[in-house]
Design a protein around this ligand. Structure first.
Ligand SMILES: Cc1cc2nc3c(=O)[nH]c(=O)nc-3n(C[C@H](O)[C@H](O)[C@H](O)COP(=O)(O)OP(=O)(O)OC[C@H]3O[C@@H](n4cnc5c(N)ncnc54)[C@H](O)[C@@H]3O)c2cc1C
Length: 467
């Protein structure tokens, strides 16, 4: 197919104002790369969009040439769904503009913007959208699948804050989806993934978020896992929404605040944040409570800018790692969950592999189950991410096995069979996807899919089959 198409690329070039990158071009390999270095796929051609009409033109070209399509936002999806072999890759990575209206507390965000773009533009006005914890994640993918991070307890998922979207449909039509226009599409976009069209613009509601955040990290050795996790359970039980704690099982970073003898030591960390101008005392009291209850191996506490918090983990999660990730929702850190954690955490072999547990309650739980297409239930809960990371591809099989065994032990303790679709390592697993949404939601999504993409043009994703 690639040979017959080569003459057609001129046709594509003429149709678009953006760039067309073909195999053999000097930047083809760089342009097809995604965050997970394990993914090595060769699209037939890459179209770098600069406008919504470009996207429509590219979809028209793909239809005329019977070319499959993939859509790239921030390229973070661990399964690499933004790139497919022998397909046209619609690459939105240049569409990163963010326009903030501080009076209306709204942000308009390009379909290829990164979280760091949105954070910086909104914080210039003391505002923010709740997003994930790594700045180089794409706004598009995270929003379409959910979007959880530091502010989720206070302001909900990223997708809960979506007000409208500009969408290029499979047939090239450009539509606006909101509560009033195409409400079925708007519902499906909030959790249903990239199944319904190419989103070229997102509009979010913004919240006042103080530019300085209280932060503390406390770290304990592996042997104290049970005590740390029980302590986390106790404090999470009545944690106000202004505070948050992400629980980590990880190796101590080689940072200046870590005594050198503990660099890379495996253990458990509590990452404690406080949001708001007056939260300092409350945050300090919580940190003191943790320290007194179980003296850590080392700790640090310091206020930091919100935008710095949002990029604090960027380097540890830089592009180029080989990764495999699974997740499960749990009602909390019960003793059986802690038992699974303390049994499996010590078995990882890569120092960069880790487990992260985000609490999901407060504003997260104030949204109705059926208000959005988001797959996870809205009862108060936590999500456990089991993350196999390694710079060495030869180590990945061991880490993949570690993630799978860990997940198999944890899943029976999870809430039903629900999983977070943004972190599904096998997006083709139809059964897993149906379980992730539950039967009713999946069927409703399939009906919306049949209305907006009956030919399943958008299938390089966590794919909902048209009803
Ligand atoms: C290191 C790391 C940290 C993460 N941390 C978090 C976190 O804290 N919280 C959280 O909730 N999630 C987190 N995630 C998961 C993240 O939400 C997903 O990987 C998400 O898919 C990334 O979006 P992206 O735009 O970068 O992805 P891409 O790989 O570019 O896209 C993924 C899929 O989204 C769709 N898509 C992308 N752009 C568009 C568009 N403009 N229009 C239509 N469809 C589109 C396509 O179907 C595509 O296949 C993390 C992932 C990684 C790798």
């Amino acid at each position: 197919m690639t040979q017959t198409l080569s003459s057609e690329f001129d046709d594509l070039r003429t149709a678009l104002s953006g760039r067309v990158i073909a195999p053999g071009d000097p930047d083809y390999d760089q342009a097809r790369a995604v965050w997970n270095a394990e993914i090595d796929r060769r699209p037939s051609v890459i179209a770098r969009r600069t406008s919504t009409t470009d996207v429509a033109a590219a979809l028209g070209w793909a239809a005329r040439h019977s070319q499959p399509v993939s859509v790239r936002g921030g390229a973070h999806n661990v399964a690499g769904t933004s790139v497919a072999d022998d397909a046209l890759m619609i690459d939105l990575s240049l569409m990163r503009e963010v326009v903030v209206d501080p009076e209306a507390r709204r942000a308009r965000v390009g379909g290829g913007a990164l979280l760091a773009d949105l954070d910086a533009a909104a914080q210039a006005h003391g505002l923010a959208v709740p997003v994930g914890v790594i700045g180089h994640t794409g706004v598009a993918g995270i929003t379409l699948g959910g979007g959880m991070g530091w502010l989720t307890r206070k302001h909900g998922l990223t997708t809960d804050n979506l007000v409208s979207a500009e969408v290029v449909l499979a047939d090239g039509r450009i539509v606006h989806a909101s509560a009033d226009e195409h409400p079925d599409l708007f519902w499906a976009l909030r959790g249903g993934g990239g199944n319904f069209g190419v989103v070229t613009g997102f509009e979010f509601t913004l919240h006042p978020v103080h530019p300085m955040v209280e932060f503390a990290l406390l770290f304990w050795p592996l042997e104290q896992g049970t005590e740390v996790l029980r302590l986390a359970r106790d404090v999470l039980a009545d944690l106000p929404d202004e505070l948050n704690i992400i629980v980590g099982a990880l190796n101590a970073p080689p940072e200046p605040f870590v005594p050198e003898e503990h660099h890379f030591a495996p253990g458990y960390a509590l990452l404690v944040t406080g949001f708001g101008a007056d939260v300092g005392t409350e945050h300090a009291r919580l940190v003191a409570r943790l320290r007194d209850a179980l003296p850590p191996l080392f700790d640090m506490a310091a206020p930091m800018p919100y935008v710095a918090l949002q990029q604090m983990l960027d380097e540890a999660n830089a592009w180029g790692s080989h990764a495999y990730v699974k997740n499960t929702y749990i009602t909390g850190l019960s003793d059986p969950v802690i038992g699974v954690m303390t049994e499996h955490v010590p078995r990882k072999t890569s120092p960069t592999s880790l487990v992260l547990i985000y609490p999901l309650d407060g504003a997260y739980s104030s949204v109705g189950e059926d208000e959005t297409a988001f797959g996870g239930g809205r009862s108060p809960r936590s999500i456990v991410f089991i993350v196999g990371y390694t710079p060495d591809p030869e180590v990945l099989p061991a880490e993949r096995a570690w993630v799978r065994e860990f997940h198999s032990a944890m899943a029976p303790l999870g809430i039903g069979r629900e999983t977070y679709v943004n972190e599904l390592p096998e997006p083709d697993d139809d059964k897993q996807l149906r379980d992730a949404y539950g039967r009713e939601k999946y069927e409703r999504l399939a009906r919306v899919k049949a209305d907006y993409d009956p030919g399943n043009v958008f299938n390089s994703n966590t794919n909902i089959k048209p009803a």
